[in-house]
Write a protein of this length. Structure first.
Length: 205
């Protein structure tokens, strides 16, 4: 077995231990653990505040390097960016909320997609500054979001792909438990399908 890898796991569901996306993320950790020893850092995004006025003003100014007061959103942002920068693998456990990411995860994105820190603006567009690392997303949705039977839009996957590509993270893989609101039998089937997809993915790696 190779050396320990650092896994940063983001928890964005408000449902605590009952969370389906958290449950799925455990399976992803099991898959990773079959290949590496893991050092897992959990960050519960339910505790994360929104960015604030000073943060927005600083990002709009030509330089914001020295403005981080203790406890400020700018300092929180710097800490979250360091966590991300130090991770070998990013694992995001997320439900779908109203066709996209929950506001907890959006708040994290607002802290880490930061000009001069994680991307630069260029005439050709935004250029990411982070070292690329694998990103696994454990996604739970009440309805279906894939295939011909899906009856709702999915802004979550394209949004996360675009947001993380902005900072240089392009190696993303989504695992989904879909239809958690469709009854007990459908839930068990969705869990079993996700479990076999995770197992197949990591056995092929
Ligand atoms: C505020 C809110 C909005 C939701 N919006 C959607 C939605 O747009 N599409 C969907 O399929 N499920 C939606 N759901 C259902 C959740 O995605 C589903 O219950 C999921 O399994 C929850 O995962 P979790 O247990 O990890 O929180 C929503 C749930 C909540 C609480």
């Amino acid at each position: 077995m190779s050396a320990a890898i650092r896994v940063l796991r983001l928890i964005s569901s408000p449902r605590g231990a009952e969370s389906e996306s958290l449950r799925l993320s455990h399976l992803v950790l099991d898959g990773l653990a079959g290949q590496h020893s893991l050092q897992v850092q959990d960050v519960d995004l339910n505790d994360l505040q929104h960015v604030d006025r000073d943060y927005a003003m600083a990002l709009a100014s030509p330089s914001d390097a020295d403005q981080a007061e203790p406890g400020s959103a700018l300092q929180r942002s710097a800490e979250l960016i360091s966590q991300l920068d130090e991770a070998d693998v990013l694992l995001i456990a997320t439900p779908m909320h109203n066709y996209t990411v929950p506001s907890t995860l959006k708040a994290w994105v607002d802290h880490i997609v930061r000009i001069r820190m994680t991307f630069n603006g260029t005439p050709q567009g935004k250029v990411g500054l982070l070292r690329d690392c694998p990103v696994y997303v454990a996604l739970a949705s009440g309805g279906l979001i894939s295939g011909e039977q899906a009856r709702q839009p999915d802004f979550l996957r394209p949004y996360l792909q675009a947001a993380l590509a902005t900072v240089g993270l392009r190696n993303m893989h989504f695992f989904c438990v879909e239809g958690t609101a469709r009854g007990e039998q459908a839930l068990l089937e969705a869990r079993a399908m996700a479990q076999s997809q995770v197992a197949a993915f990591f056995s092929a790696e």
